[in-house]
Design a protein around this ligand. Structure first.
Ligand code: UD1
Length: 342
């Protein structure tokens, strides 16, 4: 009989989910992936196998279909924990289609929580976002910063989800939850077999840069250079996706070893370093040895001037610290983009 702990990963074919699955397999966990493939590809499973030598079990399922989800969890007995990534995540689209975002992200979460509770699965890791801090007044941001209503419906689904999880943790003493608030994940696995492959026109800075450099987009629009920052462009805390997912495995081990200090914990996942959009462009030009075509345009609605983490709590409690620097992150994004377009 296998003594491996069994982990359900929703959204395991997606950008952060797939890197997490690789890290879980490297750490000797057994993984079951649920993904509806709405923003990911089945090929990711083969690529995870190429990296790890192990093919994780894959179930195609939309979490809004509670009956299907129930069947999967009933059939795959003795799951120890869930890591929940599956969600829609395009900020701009969520402003245009709020109902779709609330329906998908909240219904999926509620179904998952209900079904897993029926099978006594008590451990839950949630993929949250620094967007729950809204426009923060104090920097760097600690977990004690008050959350604010996020600017977008996407962001609000993350905030509401955390509130739901906290309420359940307060009422169910057996339920253990860790919510991980990501700053700006970028980069890709060193194999370049998995990475971020956004559908259509990218919303986020890094995929837009790499797609411009490879010739898929004409030029990058830099959204404003009149912010109160040293070079006028907004500052963010970019974090390598491989560093980010290592924190998930640490959080999971903390949970499975009953080391949580309360049954609802929150950790910021960032490097603590802020870089401006121009810093990112210059670093890209250096690592890719080419000029990037860009122009300064008006500010984008909802962008804040500065957002960077205080990640000391994760360092102290999870014994985790981001290790890769901005050049590492951007180089791996660029290598991934080049390989993905071959
Ligand atoms: C956004 C979301 C965050 C989400 C993250 C990843 C908010 C407030 N933030 O972060 O919740 O987790 O995406 O999906 O909802 N930029 C350009 N040109 C571009 C694209 C971006 O100049 O074409 C600039 C932006 O103005 C910003 C920086 O690059 O200053 C980073 O933008 P982006 O990658 O979209 O991430 P965030 O908006 O920080």
């Amino acid at each position: 009989m296998s003594s491996k702990k069994k982990i359900l990963v929703t959204g395991g074919c997606g950008y952060i989910g797939s890197h997490t699955v690789v890290e879980l397999i490297h750490n000797n966990f057994e993984v079951i992936i649920i993904d509806d493939l709405s923003n990911s590809s089945i090929q990711t499973i083969n690529n995870i196998e190429k990296i790890t030598g192990i093919k994780p079990l894959f179930c195609e399922c939309d979490l809004k279909n509670k009956k299907h989800l129930d069947n999967i969890i009933r059939y795959n007995k003795n799951i120890d924990a869930t890591i929940h990534f599956a969600a829609y995540k395009a900020v701009g689209e969520s402003v245009k289609k709020p109902l779709t975002y609330y329906q998908n992200n909240i219904t999926s979460l509620l179904n998952l929580l209900e079904v897993q509770s029926n099978y006594n699965i008590d451990n839950f890791i949630f993929s949250s976002s620094a967007t729950v801090y809204g426009h923060p007044k104090k920097l760097p941001i600690t977990e004690k910063n008050k959350t604010q209503r996020p600017f977008s419906p996407y962001g609000n689904t993350k905030k509401i989800a955390e509130e739901i999880l906290e309420d359940i943790a307060n009422s169910e003493k057996n339920f253990s939850c860790i919510s991980l608030r990501y700053f700006n994940p970028i980069g890709a696995h060193e194999s370049s077999l998995i990475g971020e492959l956004p559908n259509g026109i990218p919303n986020n800075l890094l995929p837009y840069i790499t797609q411009t450099a490879i010739g898929l987009r004409e030029k990058l629009s830099v959204f404003g250079n009149d912010y109160p920052t040293p070079d006028g462009t907004p500052i963010r805390d970019y974090i390598h996706v491989v560093d980010l997912v290592k924190a998930h495995v640490k959080a999971l081990k903390r949970q499975l070893n009953n080391q949580q200090e309360s049954n609802f914990e929150i950790f910021n996942l960032g490097t603590g370093n802020g870089y401006s959009v121009m810093d990112v462009i210059k670093t890209f030009e250096k690592v890719a040895s080419r000029k990037l075509n860009y122009e300064i345009v008006d500010r984008r609605n909802g962008d804040v001037p500065e957002l960077y983490a205080n990640a000391n709590l994760a360092k102290e409690k999870l014994c985790w610290k981001a290790e890769k620097n901005l050049e590492d992150m951007i180089r791996s994004s660029w290598e991934w983009e080049q390989k993905a377009r071959k």
